[in-house]
Design a protein. Sequence first.
Length: 161
Amino acid sequence: MTAPRDQATEPTVTGVGRPAPAWRRGLADGQAPVIAVVAAGGALGAVARYGASLLWPTAEGAFPWTTLVVNATGCAVIGVFMVVITDLWAAHRLVRPFFGTGVLGGFTTFSTYSVDIQQLVQSGHARTGLAYLAATLLAALAAVWLAAAATRRLISWRRTK
């Protein structure tokens, strides 16, 4: 059972006297700038990903190297970024949502990864789809872990000099 709400302290729909919808309360709590930077960053990341797909297109039925490289690269950058903003630099509160969630979330494309697997299997290339499924998963996990470990090592090495 939950405690009754104090409607005097909750945002209300103007003239109605009932609590505002959850999305509106979030905006009232100062989430609008976060939503805006995530959207802007996501647009930039998606444009970069689309550019990569135009530069290195994948033939139908072929191993989707471009998507694998984009995802592994994005994961490596996420590893570096998270170490930098947690261990080295006190970033502004909007940097992480803009770059980590927005740009890198828009750049990495695990939805395309899923569609690529589905299309490979449906076109009779199940082995390629299975290889791609495993390779992308392993590459992404290895990239984030290796990049974070290398960044931590570099930071500690620079601090001792």
